[in-house]
Each structure stands twice: as structure tokens, then as C-alpha cells.
Design a binder for this molecule. Structure first.
Ligand SMILES: Cc1cc2nc3c(=O)[nH]c(=O)nc-3n(C[C@H](O)[C@H](O)[C@H](O)COP(=O)(O)OP(=O)(O)OC[C@H]3O[C@@H](n4cnc5c(N)ncnc54)[C@H](O)[C@@H]3O)c2cc1C
Length: 399
């Protein structure tokens, strides 16, 4: 006698918890997959997402699903540090910027037009993995689904004796100038020429036109600064690097943020039926803070497996251990001797083609290219941090 078909009691096929970058990306990828045409999806998000709360920038060599909302793109990028400066042609790559509000509205419109999707305002407080699926409870109500994809911010209890905790923190001013001040063809990717204060500090500029740009003062370090300090360095850049005088520019918008950079374990699933997304699932690259493209690759991987097999992949992210080790080593160096970071990036940019650096940071390089990248940087700091990794103890700065 054939085994009885299990009867599942659930309201939706998929529950997406959180409608920020990761939740909305997954929803949109599902909406574009014809093999999932029969699936129902509930997306729960507490906020209206009607503000431009951030700007995502990233490099890409491939066309992607969000080309329609790319606000700006560049084909050249500058790296500058004392003794070395170069403007690099990106070849097949483009550096792109998406305003979060454009992205939210674009995905909201697509989901509103698709009867498979239900969006609810509210929170999920409890998410339980059950034998048949998941059960979720919160201010939005109680729901059952076959699979859940959870992008709530992770609840990390730091363990500094085992892991490294830094932030990529920044304040940016979008400025308008009276006269031409920017080269709109070139992103200032990292300008490390300012004082480092035993940390990694650089200026990042996205020029939207000759008289309009986002100028950001960025650090990779343990603690945020008082806001006035970032602003002082932005003013210093505008006056002393660009030669502008007070009164020749206006601040038209501001951005500030702090993205965790950590090797704290962020599991990619929380049970047989719960997959973690976005920052919660470790999609912010520990050594750079870049997450948007990793979120897209993750969404594509999940949707590909759901469409082909009916379930998420056994290995939801496909992360490779050697890149995890590189991230840990770089974080260890940043924590132990932050000012060395500038030298490492200078060596990377002066001794590798930019495509290889991007592929390495995208975790797509071969072993041979990984070796080339490792041989392009001075080995001393890495060897000391390998010692720390082997001892199982993060490096600390010696006074
Ligand atoms: C200011 C800023 C700038 C950044 N710039 C870049 C960049 O240029 N390039 C790049 O690659 N990365 C960038 N990042 C990093 C990363 O891409 C973003 O943080 C990205 O938004 C992470 O996506 P996420 O979905 O994990 O988190 P979010 O986009 O923050 O989404 C999480 C969602 O979960 C919701 N939520 C919270 N609690 C609950 C609950 N209980 N129930 C249901 N929902 C809940 C939140 O309201 C939120 O909408 C930036 C980050 C910040 C903060």
C-alpha cells in the first residue's frame, strides 16, 4: 500500500519576515520565477518603507533584476593613498547606485500587481520550526507557512574573546557646488590620504554631476565618532582637497550609517524550514560591509532551488571556507593594527587588475587567483593574524 500523502496545514507556501533589502529582493526574485507561479507568499514588515533611508552601491559585471532603478553608474574608479594614486578603468564592470526608496517602490508595485503576494504591516516576534513547516506569531497575527525566510536584524550577543567586532561607519553629505568641482565619470572609491589615527579612514565620493556629489567620511573601526568629527573631515576634504571655500557649496542631503563587520557566526538557517536572509544570514561581507550584491546572489540561489526541487538548498549560501578565513584575517588586522589596512588596500590596488580584486571580494576567484592576491600583499600582518586564528583568540592592539 502506498504511504499516505502528508497533509500540511499552512496558510502560505512562503513567509518572508522583514521587507528591507533582503526580504524584498527575495520576494521580487520569486515573482520573476515562472516555475513558482502557483506559490503563495506572505511578507510581513513593520515599516511603511516610504523613506529613502539608505543608498546601495556595488560593482557588477552582469545585468541584474534592478537595472530599472539604478540611479547612477560609473565605468571608472579612483584609489588614492600616500605615494600611490590611480584611476582604474572598470572594463566589464560598472559601479552602480540604487536609492532605497526607488527600490522599495519598484518592488512594492510589482508585488501589488501579483495575486500570489500578500503584504502585511506588523512584526513577527516568534518563529517556530514545526515538523510540517513554520508557525509565526507577532503584531501582524499568527500564520503558518511551509518555509520562512527571516531577515529580522540578528540578535548578536558579542563574544570578543572569540570573535572580532568592527563597524563600517560613516557620515555622508550630498553637496551642490556653485562651480564645477567633481569629475562625474570617476567614483572616488577610497581616498586614504588623510590621517589614519591608528584606524582605517578614507573619503568616498559618488559624483552625480560636475556640481553634485555624495561625499562620505568612512571608518573601519570599533566605535562610532561624534557626528561633528565626521563632518569636520568632510569639510576638510571639500576645502583642502577640492579647494572649495565655505559658501561655495550647500549640503542638500545627509546619510549616516554603521554596518557591522564581524566574524561572529551568523547561521544561514534556523531549522529545517527557516532560512536566514540578509544581515541576519551573514550576507554583509565581514571585511567590507558590502551586502547588496550578495543578497541578490543569495535570492537567486534560493529561488533556483525552490523552483527546481521544491525546497531551499541544503547549503543555502554556498559560502566557501577560505573566503571566511580571509575575512577573519583582515578583520583581525583591522582590530590589531587598523592603520595597516591602508597599506593592504594600496598593495591590492597597485598589484592586481581591478577585475581580480572585485572577483576576490565577490568570492569568485580560483585558488590560483587567491594565491596571486595573497602574494600581492605583505605577508607579515597576515602571518601574525594566522597565529591569532590558530590560538582561537582575536588579536588586540598593544598600547
Ligand atoms: C546606511 C547604510 C548604507 C549601506 N550602504 C550599502 C552599500 O552601499 N552597498 C552595500 O552592498 N551594502 C550597504 N549597506 C549594507 C546592507 O546592504 C544593508 O544594511 C541592507 O539593507 C541589509 O539588508 P537586510 O534586509 O538584511 O536589512 P534591512 O534592509 O534593514 O531590512 C530588515 C527589515 O526587517 C524589518 N524588521 C525588523 N524587525 C522586524 C520584526 N520583528 N518583524 C518583521 N520585520 C522586522 C525592518 O523594519 C527592516 O525593514 C548599507 C547599510 C546601511 C545601514
Amino acid at each position: 500500500m502506498p504511504a499516505p500523502t502528508p497533509v500540511f496545514d499552512y496558510d502560505y507556501d512562503y513567509l518572508i519576515v522583514g521587507g528591507g533589502a533582503a526580504g524584498l529582493s527575495l520576494a521580487y526574485h520569486i515573482s520573476q520565477e515562472p516555475r513558482l507561479a502557483g506559490k503563495t507568499v506572505l511578507l510581513i514588515e513593520p515599516e511603511a518603507k516610504d523613506q529613502n533611508d539608505r543608498t546601495w552601491s556595488f560593482w557588477t559585471a552582469e545585468p541584474h533584476l534592478f537595472e530599472a532603478v539604478v540611479a547612477h553608474q560609473w565605468h571608472r574608479l579612483a584609489f588614492r593613498s600616500p605615494g600611490f594614486a590611480r584611476v582604474l578603468d572598470l572594463g566589464p564592470y560598472r559601479y552602480q547606485t540604487i536609492r532605497a526608496l526607488d527600490f522599495y517602490q519598484f518592488v512594492h508595485r510589482a508585488l501589488a500587481a501579483d495575486p500570489r503576494f500578500t503584504r502585511r504591516r506588523g512584526t513577527v516576534e516568534e518563529l517556530a520550526d514545526t515538523p510540517a513547516g513554520v508557525r509565526a506569531r507577532g503584531s501582524a497575527g499568527t500564520f503558518a507557512a511551509r518555509y520562512a525566510f527571516d531577515s529580522r536584524p540578528p540578535a548578536v550577543v558579542p563574544n570578543p574573546a572569540r570573535h572580532r567586532y568592527l563597524l563600517q561607519h560613516f557620515v555622508g553629505w550630498e553637496v551642490e557646488t556653485d562651480a564645477d568641482a567633481f569629475d562625474p565619470a570617476v567614483v572616488e572609491f577610497m581616498d586614504f590620504r588623510g590621517p589614519q589615527h591608528r584606524e582605517a579612514r578614507f573619503v568616498y565620493v559618488l559624483p552625480f554631476g560636475p556640481r553634485r556629489a555624495l561625499v562620505e567620511y568612512t571608518l573601519f573601526s570599533g566605535q562610532p565618532l561624534p557626528k561633528a568629527e565626521y563632518e569636520g573631515y568632510i569639510v576638510d576634504y571639500l576645502h583642502n582637497t577640492l579647494g572649495l571655500a565655505a559658501g561655495q557649496y550647500r549640503v542638500v542631503a545627509e546619510e549616516a550609517g554603521a554596518i557591522p563587520m564581524t566574524d561572529h557566526p551568523l547561521p544561514d538557517r534556523a531549522g529545517a524550514h527557516v532560512v536566514n536572509l540578509g544581515t541576519r544570514g551573514g550576507r554583509a561581507k565581514p571585511s567590507t560591509g558590502y551586502a547588496f550584491r550578495r543578497i541578490q546572489a543569495h535570492s537567486a540561489r534560493l529561488v533556483g532551488a525552490l523552483a527546481a526541487t521544491g525546497r531551499p538548498p541544503a547549503d543555502p549560501t554556498g559560502d566557501r571556507w577560505q573566503f571566511r578565513l580571509f575575512d577573519t584575517l583582515l578583520l583581525d588586522i583591522m582590530q590589531r593594527r587598523g592603520e595597516t589596512t591602508r597599506d593592504i588596500f594600496r598593495q591590492l590596488f597597485s598589484r592586481n587588475p581591478v577585475g581580480r580584486i572585485f572577483r576576490f571580494l565577490d568570492e569568485q576567484t580560483s585558488w590560483a587567483d587567491n594565491l596571486r592576491v595573497m602574494r600581492s600583499v605583505a605577508p607579515g600582518p597576515f602571518l601574525r593574524s594566522i597565529g591569532q586564528v590558530l590560538r582561537g583568540r582575536p588579536g588586540r592592539r598593544k598600547a
